[in-house]
Design a protein around this ligand. Structure first.
Ligand SMILES: [Zn+2]
Length: 249
């Protein structure tokens, strides 16, 4: 069944100034163009289930069977290292079931179509739960991993999130200095050593005083995200929160 396109800004009560009305018209036009493109694309090559390639309904990612194993998260988690209690970690889904299968296909099978669909999903989630973001940054992959996979999933998710939040996007703000072993394979102590000083900030001026949202595909131990946040705080980011597609904690 074909769903309804999202409401434009004017329907959500934007201020009635000429500039706001102009922006609302542009947004409404862009929304309808995107909706029409989705309809045409769906007619030419219908999307299939992200986990099993079975048939799905329009604008969904999973078939009914796979969707039964997909769990949305309910609340953002506070940062345990933040004494103010204001820092938050957001996750759109729990990692597991069909979601884990689909993410693995996206990352290791060069499924660009899944990156685009997960980007939309993550962006829509971000727009619902996060506000007050100046710039979106992704957890960087090592250059060797990017060459192997052909793309950087986290960077593409971050770009989609920035678009949905109408925030800035700084794809190269952080750089991974070392290609570290997977965190999940290590003990708690080894994780901190493994990831310590694995990143550097390449654009400190872009982050100074900024409210930053750090985006990754999956949060497993949390050590990688914590280290990226530490590096950005060191260069003067005013507020750093994180958002992932799925959390495995
Ligand atoms: Zn399925």
């Amino acid at each position: 069944m074909v769903g309804s396109p999202p409401k434009c800004a004017c329907e959500r009560g934007a201020r009635n100034t000429p500039r706001a009305m102009s922006n609302a018209l542009v947004m409404a036009f862009s929304t309808w163009v995107a909706f029409a493109q989705a309809l045409v694309a769906e007619a030419i090559a219908p999307s299939t289930c992200a986990a099993c390639d079975g048939p799905i309904k329009f604008r969904t990612m999973f078939c009914g069977t796979c969707a039964a194993s997909v769990v949305k998260t309910s609340e953002a988690e506070p940062d345990s290292d933040d004494p103010s209690g204001l820092m938050r970690h957001y996750a759109a889904f729990e990692y597991g079931g069909a979601m884990a299968t689909a993410i693995a296909r996206m990352k290791y099978n060069r499924r660009w179509d899944l990156v685009a669909r997960f980007g939309t999903l993550t962006g829509q989630y971000a727009a619902q739960v996060v506000s007050g973001v100046d710039v979106v940054v992704s957890v960087p992959a090592h250059a060797r991993r990017i060459r192997e996979r052909g793309f950087d999933p986290s960077a593409l998710l971050a770009r989609a999130v920035a678009q949905h939040l109408r925030a800035g996007y700084a794809p190269n703000a952080l750089r991974r200095l070392r290609d570290t072993p997977p965190q999940a394979s290590l003990s708690r102590v080894a994780r901190r050593t493994n990831i310590l000083d694995a990143f550097e900030c390449r654009r400190p001026l872009r982050l100074q005083g900024a409210r930053v949202l750090l985006v990754d595909d999956v949060r497993t131990t949390g050590s990688t995200i914590a280290e990226c946040m530490r590096v950005m705080r060191e260069v003067g980011a005013a507020d750093v929160r994180s958002l992932v597609l799925a959390r495995a904690l």
